[in-house]
Write a protein that binds this ligand. Structure first.
Ligand SMILES: Nc1ncnc2c1ncn2[C@@H]1O[C@H](COP(=O)(O)OP(=O)(O)OP(=O)(O)O)[C@@H](O)[C@H]1O
Length: 322
């Protein structure tokens, strides 16, 4: 058994062009990691590479991905597929991507459970119905006999979450799993995922734009920008005492009921590599200094495992609330 369930060492990812560079981090069994950052920063690309999805177009062009000590980059398609249906589960950003739209959920759940060796006939269906109930999906029998195309995006998303939970994976990759859900259902889903984690020791990597969900769920938070990890560490440290100006801007942009007005972050993140030699965030950064033009990307320790490649966002006098 390896010390970490998952360890990335200087991982670079590409489609036709490189989009993610030099990612290194580790997570242990039972830990939850939240990946946050604006659209286009490479979060989904990373999950696709970790899942080893065939036909995703993502190539691992550098570094190593160690899963329980095994280098995934050296595994063939068949072995990756076996892992994805077994120890690794993925909840897709687009709920429709998880299922065949014109085949009943009943058939698809049975196929999924048969292929992972966990199908127990009627007992499996009662477990599925139980899981549907926990995720606020009433009339489970009717849902089981329906096809995905007949359901709303939010219902499909919850059925996909149920499918991933029933798989009882060691590693769950969840790409914005609650984006189609109302706030009350989001809360339920987050609680059920956390319960599953407590029960089965599943590690979770969740991509989310909702920093509240990161704060509630995650032991660790990684902040991604233009294909790089800009800040990393214990969620409480990253979100309460952010060091990087980008993390600070993400937090300041959250609307707050009855509180301060959110501060919008103007502009868009650049693509990876668009700003050679200077900090990729410098064009949008209110702490920008002349020295940001002679920049070399490197994560440095802020304190006790909290890392950031810039310290300009630290304001000693200020600590963000939850
Ligand atoms: N199939 C693809 N082929 C080529 N480029 C792609 C493909 N999918 C994504 N990209 C590019 O890769 C970069 C990273 O995209 P990615 O979807 O990983 O970002 P993200 O942070 O997950 O964004 P979001 O939060 O919107 O999902 C973007 O520049 C995007 O345009």
């Amino acid at each position: 058994m390896s010390e970490y369930l998952l360890a990335l060492e200087n991982v670079s990812l590409s489609y036709e062009k490189q989009v993610v560079a030099d990612l290194s981090f580790q997570i242990s069994g039972g830990q939850v990691l939240a990946l946050v950052g604006e659209s286009g920063c490479g979060k989904t690309t990373l999950l696709k590479a970790l899942a080893g999805l065939p036909d995703s177009g993502v190539a691992i062009t550098g570094g190593r991905i160690l899963y329980d000590g095994r280098d995934l980059t050296g595994l063939g398609c068949r072995e990756r597929k076996k892992l994805l249906g077994g120890e690794i589960a993925m909840i897709f950003q687009n709920p429709g991507a998880s299922f065949n739209p014109i085949r009943s959920y009943r058939k698809q759940f049975a196929e999924m459970l048969i292929s992972s060796g966990g199908f127990k006939g009627e007992q499996s269906y009662s477990e599925i119905l139980d899981c549907f109930g926990k995720l606020h999906l009433p009339e489970g029998r009717r849902i089981l006999d329906s096809c995905p195309y007949e359901m709303s995006g939010g219902m499909n998303q919850r059925v996909a979450i149920a499918a991933a939970m029933l798989q009882k994976p060691r590693l769950l990759l969840a790409d914005e799993p609650t984006s189609a859900l109302d706030a009350t259902t989001q809360k339920t889903v987050v609680e059920e995922l956390l319960k599953m984690k407590e029960l089965t020791g599943t590690s979770i990597i969740i991509v989310t734009h909702n920093l509240g969900i990161a704060a509630k769920m995650a032991d660790l938070t990684g902040v991604m920008y233009a294909g790089r990890l800009l800040e990393w560490g214990d969620t409480q440290k990253v979100l309460r005492t952010p060091a990087h100006p980008y993390t600070r801007s993400l937090i300041s942009a959250i609307p707050c009921l009855g509180g301060r007005l959110p501060e919008s972050l103007e502009g868009q993140p650049p693509l990876y590599g668009a700003e050679q030699g200077s900090c990729s965030f410098s064009g949008r950064c209110r702490y920008k200094k002349e020295s940001c033009g002679e920049y070399r990307y490197q994560l440095k320790e802020v304190s006790g495992g909290h890392m950031s490649c810039c310290m300009e966002g630290i304001e000693e006098s200020h600590e963000y609330g939850s």
